[in-house]
Design a protein around this ligand. Structure first.
Ligand code: SF4
Length: 415
């Protein structure tokens, strides 16, 4: 009798340390909000977190919270609650999951971190529309609901080349946030502290880049699915020493895997690039599905979005502006195409998967002919899968499996 081989997902040992710093982060936020020891700012994921941290705010990231709702699949019950108050099922399912959860009075933080009863109540809401308009609408709902001030940056979009005038525009908008933030904390911005925070963010970014680039090795020591988890500190703790210390440990472990020829996927035979967002509620299934097919999904635009080479402590405001503008999601298709081509070459990719996320057009780069263009130019085959980041009603597991298996077979045959 043949025995079905079980896929073993190799545990990254550094995960325990990551869990500890993430736990400290969430309990710290909770303490700030419940005792008033620090003012709390909510910030969009590529908003001016460095400025907020340097001004002494405890910083909560609603997108991180929404991703937790997705990963725990609680989003399924929350999204309809927001739909019922007029937020369309077609808009960002991070937004609808998060607002729905607020209305239902629930948070996945309570289960993961006993003693935390709710998301931390904000003193200010800070957005940057560099990624999308939804983040502004999202925080606007809380601003009205909680009577909390909302401030932010209206960013240029579809930028091909980032110019000085773009940078001047965004830098002056970041500087214009300072008086409101000073009025909330009651303290003046300390420029030296800002420089220090920008420097810490820069170091975090460089280490995160090194972590992701270990996957240029064959076999790759880390997959996209691992990286979506391990990017947590780069998102919520950038600008802190804790994130830097963590990535040093993770990097050492991955380098050791490379030195010993240990791959994240046993018997790696194909190397896949993931373009778009993860399906948070299917991370495990997707990770196992590809591993069974000996296909390592090892690089992505999404996880690389928390690499900000522009940060410069010598010029904090302008370099923050440059970093937030150079982001992939801000850029025009011509730039995006060149970027993806470079990534395909760097990671020696055999095939590319585009996740067409129903509720996030901004992270779905398959809708204006990109897969066909890049396939023509590089000869690297592409597959588009339909799904969503958080709304599992848009995900068909059977169809995904069938399409992925056929794609992998096609890649095998073409090798
Ligand atoms: S980029 Fe997409 S997923 Fe992120 S907040 Fe905007 S719409 Fe939502």
């Amino acid at each position: 009798m043949s025995e079905e081989k079980k896929v073993v997902r190799k545990k990254i040992q550094a995960t325990d340390q990551m869990n500890k710093i993430m736990s400290d982060y969430f309990y710290g936020l909770n303490e700030a909000a419940t005792t008033g020891s620090k003012k709390v700012a909510w910030c969009t994921s590529v908003g001016p977190a460095e400025l907020l941290r340097a001004m002494g705010f405890a910083v909560h990231f609603p997108e991180n919270h929404a991703a937790m709702l997705g990963a725990t699949r609680l989003s399924n019950e929350m999204i309809p609650v927001a739909n019922a108050i007029g937020y369309s099922p077609d808009i960002c399912s991070y937004l609808t999951a998060d607002i729905g959860a607020y209305l239902k009075g629930m948070t996945p933080l309570s289960k993961a971190y006993p003693g935390i009863e709710s998301v931390p109540k904000p003193d200010v809401l800070v957005y940057n529309t560099n990624q999308c308009r939804d983040v502004q609408d999202w925080l606007a709902w809380y601003s009205e609901k909680l009577g909390v001030p909302m401030i932010g940056i209206a960013s240029p979009k579809n930028v091909n080349e980032v110019t000085d005038s773009h940078i001047d525009d965004v830098a002056s908008q970041i500087q214009a946030l300072v008086p409101t933030l000073e009025a909330i904390t009651g303290e003046k911005l300390d420029l030296e502290r800002l420089r220090e925070t920008v420097s810490l963010s820069r170091q975090c970014t460089e280490l995160w880049k090194d972590v992701l680039e270990t996957a240029t090795a064959s076999p790759a020591p880390i997959t996209f699915f691992d990286s979506t988890i391990h990017m947590g500190p780069a998102v919520v703790l950038r600008g802190t020493q804790e994130a830097i210390d963590y990535y040093r440990v993770l990097l050492a472990e991955l380098k050791e895997r490379v030195a010993n020829g240990v791959g994240a996927v046993e018997g790696e035979s194909l190397r896949i690039y993931w373009e778009g967002m993860p399906v948070w509620g299917r991370l495990r299934q997707h990770s196992e599905m590809f591993a069974e097919l000996k296909a390592a999904v090892l690089a992505s635009t999404y996880c690389s979005s928390w690499i900000f080479p522009a940060f410069d402590p010598g010029d904090p405001f302008r370099s923050m502006a440059k970093a937030y503008l150079e982001l992939f999601i801000v850029r025009a298709d011509a730039y995006k195409g060149e970027y993806i081509k470079e990534m395909l070459a760097k990671f020696r990719i055999d095939g590319i998967i585009y996740h067409d996320a129903k509720t996030c057009p901004y992270n779905s780069n398959n809708r204006y002919g990109m897969p066909q263009r890049l396939e023509r130019e590089t000869g690297i085959p592409a597959l588009v899968i339909s799904g969503d980041l958080n709304d599992l009603r848009c995900v068909s597991d059977e169809q995904t499996k069938t399409n992925v298996e056929a794609f992998i077979e096609q890649l095998e045959e073409g090798k």
